[in-house]
Each structure stands twice: as structure tokens, then as C-alpha cells.
Design a protein around this ligand. Sequence first.
Ligand code: DUC
Ligand code: ZN
Ligand code: ZN
Ligand code: ZN
Length: 484
Amino acid sequence: MSVTIIKNGTVVTADLSYKADVRVEGGKITEIGPNLTGGTELDATGCYVMPGGIDPHTHLEMPFMGTYSADDFESGTRAALSGGTTMVVDFVLPGQGQGLMDAAQMWHNKSGRANCDYSYHMAVTWWGEKVWEGMEESVKAGITSFKHFMAYKGALMVNDDELFSSFRRVGDLGGLAMVHAENGDVVAELTAKLLAEGNTGPEGHAYSRPPQVEGEATNRAIMIADMAGVPLYVVHVSCEDAHEAIRRARAAGKRVWGEPLIQHLTLDESEYFHPDWDHAARRVMSPPFRNKEHQASLWAGLMSGSLSVVATDHCAFTTEQKRFGIGNFAKIPNGTGGLEDRIPMLWTHGVATGRLTPNEFVAVTSTNIAKILNLYPKKGAVLVGADADLVVLDPEKEKVISAGTQQSAIDYNVFEGHKVKGLPRFVLTRGQVAVDDGAVKTQEGHGKFVGREARPAVNRALSQWKDLTAPRPVVRTGIPATGV
Ligand code: DUC
Ligand code: ZN
Ligand code: ZN
Ligand code: ZN
């Protein structure tokens, strides 16, 4: 079995930084210590040896808004690896009336081409007995997190009664509930009003989804999750209104996590007022980019720990696809790329600016989500026995982000022209070198599905500090007896 030694680097985990070599054999880390020899050496002098990034929020080759997202499991995971992300968690999106395991099979058919390991979340896009039953099968098949859209009315959105039923089911199964939190009814009303008033351009997208719709839905999801007794993960937290609801929940002892995206941390709403229609439309995603105060709130959340994970919601569409929405912003496919830029952008704007320590960086790009999704320590760790999914990051290496040199299949990059410092020298996916001294050398089909275990006891017990099983006063019914 081939042996690789990562030499002379500084190992950085979510807890510690220390000088050590790392031995990799059979796809696993087999030894960490000084002066290791006896294998192919990768020179990590001046570099940090960290757990590979985990992006828990991607949409690869997903049918959406009349088209398919442009990066598939091959180009998407190649983009991921090139930027130091060694695992993605993609959303299985069942069609209306479709069974969950049917949809999961469709995803398995696509993901065979992946270059790195991957897992799935299951989306609950409609509600009925078939879904209720499918959820147990999904958990048995290793898909233990369930995402609910509170927006996209008439398509993916589930109502509160459905949300409550589904959350209870997820809680009973020991899974994790997830939400896209925007008030879909209000978004639909605002969209219709804006279009009727002639606001058809991409900026209308931002006007139709103000921070309040996100704050309201986030708070509602938290309260419903609390009543259902299930832990909750809020995807793409973009504003103070949602962050505030999450902070309050966490301070009250609720098991709630928030995930900001690298796009919301580094790009703001002025992008939608760019005079070039294509420029603005390429940045249309939900929730939209916000103003600088909201951005500052997200950074504060990462720095203080009230927000836990940085993801991308990678859902890339070409300019041609974005142009479906000329004359009607509501038809612009929602989504932006970011998979290959998340690590360098967060290092540049987070660590190099002094906002985050390297250890905090590892926590929010890898270890925290590995723990939340029950992947740790197989993933998200530099420990003996862990998968050798590693990034050797050179903090001095620089580049200017450009669509011309990216791996993603689309024809632009929302971070075009951003100078980043902190790039992978080497990236290993289960021991295989996918980035070799900066050169991308991925292998189609190397990636494997990683199933996850549910946690019935832990997830149920810790989601609520109140004892809902305590005896309650019996409600009196019927007619009072005479004389009472
Ligand atoms: N938001 C997007 O921008 N794209 C995919 C789905 C979503 O919720
Ligand atoms: Zn979403
Ligand atoms: Zn998404
Ligand atoms: Zn920048």
C-alpha cells in the first residue's frame, strides 16, 4: 500500500496548532509526529496541514426553475478539491409526489462521477404518508438530515402544518431538521407587486426578499422545532434579523445552528444595482446579498460562535440560463457558485484580517459541520484513524480569482477580480493527491457516498431543556355535574 508523508508543516485543527509530520496510508491518517520517513514526501514547509473543507450546502446538477444547475458532480467536486474542499453534502430534491428513495436513487446515479466524497441531505418538498414513510428509509440509508423550504411558494414550499408534522417525524427518527427560512407568502406578494409596478430588473429580486422575511421565518422555524423537540440547522443565514433569532435560541438553550455563506460575508447588495444586467443577474440568489451592517453581523456571529458553519449553497447557472429572467426577475434561476473559492476567500477575509484564528477557521469550514452531521472524526479531523482528507494551505500563496482559470463549468465568477492569499499547495482526498503543488489532478469516480447515523437519544433529549414528558393537568371536558 502506498505511503505518503506530509513533511514539515504545522498541523492545525479546531483545537490545536503544532509542528508535526503526517503519515497517510490506505486512505487514512496512520501516524502524526516528528521526523516521519518511509514514503512519498509532500513538502509542507511554511504551510498549515488542516482537515479538508466540508461544504454542507451544494446543489449539483439540480433541476430548478426550469433548468438544471450547471455544475454536475464531476465539475463541482473538481472545483471543490481545487479550492481545498474535500467533501460536499448535496440536497436530494424529490419531485412533487415522488418517493424519497426514488429521488435518492436519481442522486446516486449522478454522483458516481464525483472526485471527492459526498453525502446527502433529503429535501422535504411535499407532504404525505409516502414522505412520512420514506423518511425512515432515508435514515436507514444514511440520509439523516431533512431540509424544508419555507419559500418557493407553489413549488418547493411547505406550510407550517407540514413543517410541524415533518419536524416531529425527524425528531422521532433522531435526525436533523434544516430550513431555508424565508416567508414564502410575503415573498410571493412582494414579487407580484414589484412586477405589477414595472420593477422587472434583478434589483427587484432583492426588494422582494427583505431581511424581515428571513428573520420572521427563522424565528418561526425555531419555535416550531422547539415544539417538535428537534434540533434545527438554518441554512444560508444572510442577515442580522435571522442571526438575532438564532442567537436568542442558543442563549435559551435550544439546539440551533446557523450557516452563513461566503458570498453573504464578502459581497453586498450594491451588486444588484450594477448597470450591467448580466452582472446583477449572475448574483441573484436566495436570500439575496445584504448591506454592510448585515455583513458585519454575520462576521460577528462567526467570531463569537453564534454562527457555526461557512458554506456556499453552490448552485451555479450560466449567463445564458440567467437570461431566462430578462423582463421578469422572478424567472432568473436563483443561485451562485463558490465551491472553489470558499476556503481562499474565508482565509483572506477571515484569518488574514485577524477576524478568525486558524483554529476557528478549521472549525467553521470543516470540524463543526462534521460534528453536527455526525461525520466526525471520520471527516473534519487530523487524527490517527481519520480519513486522509487534508489540505496543505500555503498562507503566502496568492492569486486573483478569475472565471478564466476556474474549474466550475460556468462562464463567470461572482468573486471575479478578488485577490486572495492562502491557497492549497496540496489537497488529499482519502489519501489520493488531488492538488499537487497547486496543480489539479482529480480522478473522476474516486468519491464515495458517506452515509450517516441518526442519533435518536441525543438529538431528542438535547433539543429541549424543558421536560415535555412531565405529567400535565388533565383538561376537563363534558358538562359540569349539578352543584359544582
Ligand atoms: N437558493 C438559491 O439561491 N439557489 C438554490 C436554492 C436556494 O434556496
Ligand atoms: Zn435555500
Ligand atoms: Zn441551497
Ligand atoms: Zn475580496
